[in-house]
Design a protein around this ligand. Structure first.
Ligand code: FEO
Length: 135
């Protein structure tokens, strides 16, 4: 089952951003499938690790461009990124230690965080990126 379907509301119009967001959406959908198919914590944990690494690279990419554009919302935006990375790291640790499982609530959190971050926070830098020729 596709948890997040890509649609125009998720598009920022900035090419590299949309491509990286699509990859993150695919990984969250892959994680959702693994959960529904009741895969073990090795399979699930591996997907979370890949998603976390990809998210970290994507966030660094955005942060580098925000800095280059002198974007005024940089600090608040970076804090959202850092909080998400910390939350996913905590989730992975709890999973590894057998204290939690990935559930539909976990998936709801990931879906809600990514879609609202894209549609609200990421869209704030778009004008700045476009005016600085970032695409
Ligand atoms: Fe696309 Fe700010 O993450």
């Amino acid at each position: 089952m596709t948890l997040i379907k890509w649609n125009d509301d998720l598009s920022t119009g900035v090419g590299f951003v949309d491509n990286e967001h699509k990859a993150l959406v695919n990984m969250i959908n892959e994680l959702n499938d693994a959960m529904l198919q009741k895969h073990g914590k090795e399979v699930v944990g591996n997907i979370i690790s890949r998603m976390a690494a990809y998210a970290r690279n994507h966030f660094e990419h955005e942060e580098k461009e925000m800095k280059a554009c002198n974007f005024s919302g940089y600090a608040a935006h970076k804090k959202e990124h850092d909080d998400f990375i910390a939350k996913v790291a905590e989730l992975k640790t709890e999973l590894d230690e057998g204290r939690i499982m990935v559930t539909t609530d976990t998936m709801k959190f990931l879906k809600s965080w990514l879609t609202s971050h894209i549609m609200i926070t990421d869209k704030l830098y778009v004008d700045s990126f476009v005016s600085h020729g970032v695409h």
